[in-house]
Design a binder for this molecule. Structure first.
Ligand SMILES: [Zn+2]
Ligand SMILES: [Zn+2]
Ligand SMILES: [Zn+2]
Ligand SMILES: [Zn+2]
Ligand SMILES: [Zn+2]
Ligand SMILES: [Zn+2]
Length: 176
């Protein structure tokens, strides 16, 4: 099985083995999400062995365009290259990989971050918490309950607006 993926100049070959070019898939990382190749199910990856360029099957098959609740104004386009003008709006990390991007608004989010749930339960709080962008005008919602650092306007975090509960995206991510 061969795939011509927009992120690479050479065709990528499907591989479902535990080994890829003599490297264990536990030690080889996916260029889209940075996780090792053994980390997904269903198993399998696409790769260009010559360039040591590998993608999880699931990452290689990400849709080119999505609508995302963190940026409902415009559809987001999948890009394989990090734009220097931006960083991931959700986790604020600069690491590379695949992003969903809105060029018009300089809004950019890791493909991995884009798949996190909008609403989740969190053991430190009795209500479900919702992932959204800090509305700048609601200055009363601000302190992250996990690290005690103030969330900034436009900061992506989990909030319970009824209780003024806020928790940074990454803080929740690391706790769970
Ligand atoms: Zn991946
Ligand atoms: Zn190649
Ligand atoms: Zn991110
Ligand atoms: Zn936009
Ligand atoms: Zn925090
Ligand atoms: Zn609450």
């Amino acid at each position: 099985m061969e795939l011509q993926h927009f992120s690479h100049n050479h065709p990528l070959i499907f591989n479902n083995d535990k080994q890829t070019n003599n490297h264990s898939i536990d030690e080889t990382c996916c260029s889209a999400c940075g996780e090792n190749l053994s980390s997904t199910s269903p198993a399998g990856h696409y790769g260009c062995v010559e360039c040591k360029y590998f993608l999880h099957k699931t990452c290689a098959e990400l849709p080119n365009e999505i609508n995302h609740f963190l940026h409902p104004q415009h559809p987001l386009t999948l890009i394989a290259e990090f734009n220097s003008y931006n960083y991931c709006n959700a986790c604020t990390d600069l690491s590379d990989g695949f992003f969903y991007d809105c060029v018009k608004c300089n809004f950019c989010i890791h493909s991995t971050c884009s798949s996190l749930p909008r609403v989740r339960k969190f053991e430190c709080h009795q209500h479900p918490i919702t992932l959204h962008i800090n509305p700048a005008e609601e200055s009363s919602i601000g302190i992250c309950q996990i690290c005690n650092i103030k969330t900034t306007p436009s900061c992506v975090a989990y909030y319970c607006t009824d209780c003024n509960f806020a928790a940074h995206f990454l803080c929740v991510h690391e706790e769970i």
